[in-house]
Each structure stands twice: as structure tokens, then as C-alpha cells.
Design a protein around this ligand. Structure first.
Ligand SMILES: N[C@@H](CCC(=O)N[C@@H](CS)C(=O)NCC(=O)O)C(=O)O
Length: 210
């Protein structure tokens, strides 16, 4: 049995989505950010970084959204959400997953927690710089989709598209959201049409961007 520690709409969302899409039996455990439960001693035992997601598999806690997505996709090959290790597209799959994890997601961390990189009082400058970098990341991904889409690996969605969709959602209140780029918008439309997306929204009590 899997147990996902999550907060609605947070980085746990893509993992939750894949658990639903792959019909993996799981339980949910809400980590209440309001009471800062993510920094409680009990939760830090599971995830020393004090963040979500944590996925407990057979009693062992695991972290990092991207790693969890790759693992879930790899262990359910029938869904074809990750190319096999020896497939020609495998490296493209890893490249996009790592790109999202190493480049785009940390920029959103700066967007949501602007005091972290530069301290209190500098939030506006951090936002301005981060916005430029997020928008140029969207432009590059959109150009890739224009040439090689409609999904990151071509004509079939992979786990990285689920991840990308979550990150796109995070931009929905930004001055220029990801959906301002036409190929990203088309990808988001396809991914949002999945029944698993509706189920995810119902379970996490989410609204907006559906
Ligand atoms: N690298 C981690 C980052 C996770 C992360 O930053 N999660 C945020 C929510 S989107 C969080 O738990 N924030 C609470 C906090 O930092 O106190 C991952 O991808 O799993």
C-alpha cells in the first residue's frame, strides 16, 4: 500500500494525479500547511526537508516529486508513461523530467517563497527576475512542442507531461501564465481533459484552472 502525504495543489499534486491515473491503491494523508505540520517533528521523521510530497511505499518514506513520478511510471509500464530504459526516447524523457525538476520547479519555489534566495524585503526584485526566467522557460518548451509535440515526447503523453501540467497550473495567477503560449495551452487542454484530472480536483478540493 502507498500513502501520499500531500497538500492540495502543491508539488504532491502530480504524484497524486499519477497514482489516480495508474489506478494504484493508495491512502492520502493531509499535511496541514496552515499549522506548519510540514515542519512538525513527526513529519520531519518522514521527510527531513519538511516539504511535500512524501510517498510511503511498503512502510518506507520517499521524497522528490520527479523521482516519484519516474518510479510510478516505470513500475507500471502498461500505461506507457515512461519509455523503457533501453528505448530511444528514454533519455529525452529523463532530460525533460530533470529539466522540470532542476530548472522550472526551483523557479516556482522562488516565486512562492521569494524571501528564501535574497532575504526579507527583496521579494519584489526576486519576483521580477524570476518572472523573466519562468517566461523564457515557457517560451523554450513551447518552441519544442511546436516542433516535436503535441506532448513533450511527441504523440503520446509521458509522466513529464503530468509534471509540466502541474507547473503550468502554478503559473495561473502570474502576469503571463503558461497558457499564453499556444502549444503549452493545447497540451494543458489535453491533459486537463483526462478523467483522472477531474478526480484529482475532487479529491484535493481544488478549484480554478479546470
Ligand atoms: N524538491 C521537492 C520540493 C517540494 C516543495 O518545495 N514542496 C513545497 C510545496 S509545492 C512545500 O512542501 N512547501 C512547504 C515548505 O517549504 O514549508 C520536490 O520536488 O518534491
Amino acid at each position: 500500500m502507498h500513502t501520499l502525504y500531500y497538500s492540495p495543489g502543491a508539488a504532491s499534486m502530480a504524484v497524486h494525479w499519477l497514482l489516480i491515473e495508474l489506478a494504484i491503491p493508495h491512502e492520502l494523508s493531509l499535511v496541514d500547511f496552515e499549522s506548519r505540520a510540514q515542519k512538525s517533528p513527526a513529519y520531519l521523521e518522514l521527510n527531513p526537508h519538511g516539504v511535500v510530497p512524501t510517498l510511503v511505499i511498503d512502510g518506507r518514506p520517499h521524497a522528490e516529486a520527479a523521482a516519484l513520478l519516474v518510479h510510478l511510471a516505470d513500475t507500471h509500464p502498461e500505461a506507457r508513461l515512461s519509455p523503457p530504459v533501453d528505448a530511444p526516447r528514454r533519455l529525452d524523457f529523463l532530460q525533460w523530467t530533470f529539466h522540470l525538476a532542476n530548472v522550472l520547479q526551483p523557479l516556482f519555489r522562488m516565486w512562492w517563497y521569494p524571501h528564501e534566495p535574497a532575504g526579507e524585503g527583496r521579494e519584489e526584485a526576486v519576483h521580477a527576475a524570476t518572472r523573466v526566467r519562468i517566461e523564457s522557460a515557457w517560451a523554450r518548451i513551447d518552441a519544442h512542442l511546436a516542433q516535436h509535440g503535441p506532448y513533450l515526447l511527441g504523440d503520446w503523453p509521458c509522466a513529464a507531461d503530468f509534471y509540466l501540467t502541474m507547473l503550468m497550473r502554478w503559473s495561473r495567477h502570474m502576469p503571463r501564465p503558461a497558457t499564453a503560449w499556444p502549444h503549452l495551452d493545447a497540451l494543458a487542454g489535453r491533459m486537463r481533459a483526462l478523467p483522472s484530472f477531474r478526480e484529482l480536483y475532487a479529491r484535493e478540493g481544488l478549484a480554478e484552472w479546470i
